[in-house]
Design a protein around this ligand. Structure first.
Ligand code: FE2
Length: 341
């Protein structure tokens, strides 16, 4: 049953596996708040299957007021299609966070700044403090629109963030639908993007990479944009990916975008590539088309990483404040499907 009071306040009730839950849309087609589901201790496979159906069409699920441990996050995320072999091994997508992974649940990475962490599920503050580390290096992070690990040949399909301690000042996350970006295109534009291949390149430095900050402004400052210029030859790469991809579950088309490693479209100059990106992506990240999430402690959000780009708001505003959250990048075995296939 669904009751709509207006375009923005529309609540649907569901019953799955003897459990009732309701859905409150967050912004247009992007995201719903799931009301009435407690993820602590795990949920039934039937309820998870029902929530997956919602995920496939709404692309982002928000659960407020959760009191979770890493095992709960791990269990919920593993309910989505994934690469069990990768997840069961040490060779996880989140190897970037290897010093900050929860020892008993390595799928879950702990991220924090501005506080002393004493044995938080086995992770301590001696290992990592982003704010202090960046300050020491004189680095100021610029916030950038991105998909998590979209530069990987098989990017994660599902990502989650669980907020344990939000900063008191700022720290919102913005989400924009790249399905929406695709659907807004004209037939000619769709034809063009369906034919494009992205050249991802990890050069000697990040100088010259294309990056869009939270305001839709381009930046190619290598330090501001990425926070580091550190690449030894063995870490360089270059390969192509489709730009327009097809969702295997719904057939929807979306655009794959990672700011940090996007070099150009194959066969196009960098100036032409930038013009295409601006034309197709900037409308999607306009405030009227994005969902801005104001975090509360206990919020758990899982989203469809290949259908949404996201960014934080300016980290300078809360650089000195205590902040603690968990991240999961769920390894996938689903190759990218070109939209044109
Ligand atoms: Fe991210």
């Amino acid at each position: 049953m669904t009751i709509c009071l207006d375009d923005l306040l529309c609540i649907s009730w569901f019953q799955a596996a003897g459990q009732h839950f309701s859905l409150r849309p967050l912004h247009g087609d992007l995201g719903v708040e799931v009301i009435g589901v407690n993820l602590k201790g795990g949920i039934s496979p039937e309820l998870h299957a029902e929530l997956q159906k919602v995920m496939h069409t709404k692309d982002l699920l928000l659960f407020r007021g959760q009191d979770l441990e890493p095992r709960d996050e791990d269990a919920f995320m593993r309910g989505f299609p994934h690469n069990e072999q990768a997840v069961a091994s040490e060779n996880l997508s989140n190897h970037y966070f290897k010093d900050w992974r929860v020892p008993d649940h390595k799928l879950v990475a702990v991220q924090f700044s501005g506080l002393k962490l004493e044995n938080h599920f086995g992770v301590t503050s001696e290992k990592f403090n982003l704010s202090a580390k960046n300050k020491q290096a004189g680095i100021s992070f610029k916030t950038l629109w991105h998909m998590d690990l979209a530069q990987n040949q098989i990017p994660p399909e599902w990502v989650s963030l669980y907020m344990l301690q939000k900063p008191t000042n700022g720290g919102d996350t913005l989400f924009a639908s790249t399905v929406g970006a695709y659907e807004r295109l004209s037939p000619d534009q769709k034809k063009l993007v369906d034919s494009l291949e992205v050249v991802n390149r990890r050069p000697d430095s990040f100088e010259g990479t294309f990056q869009i900050d939270e305001t839709g402004t381009w930046t190619n400052d290598p330090v501001q944009a990425s926070g580091r210029v550190d690449l030894e030859p063995s870490r360089r790469f270059e390969y192509t990916q489709p730009f327009a991809i097809r969702d295997p579950y719904t057939g929807q088309k979306s655009l794959l975008y990672h700011t940090r490693f996007f070099h150009c479209f194959k066969g196009y100059t960098r100036a032409q590539s930038r013009a295409i990106i601006e034309e197709v992506l900037l409308p999607a990240i306009a405030p009227e088309n994005t969902y801005r999430h104001e975090w509360r402690n206990g919020d758990f959000i899982a989203w469809s990483n290949r259908k949404i780009v996201h960014t934080s708001t300016d980290p300078e505003k809360y650089a000195d404040e205590a902040r603690l959250f968990h991240l999961v990048f769920l390894d996938s075995q689903q190759p990218l499907l070109p939209a044109s296939a």
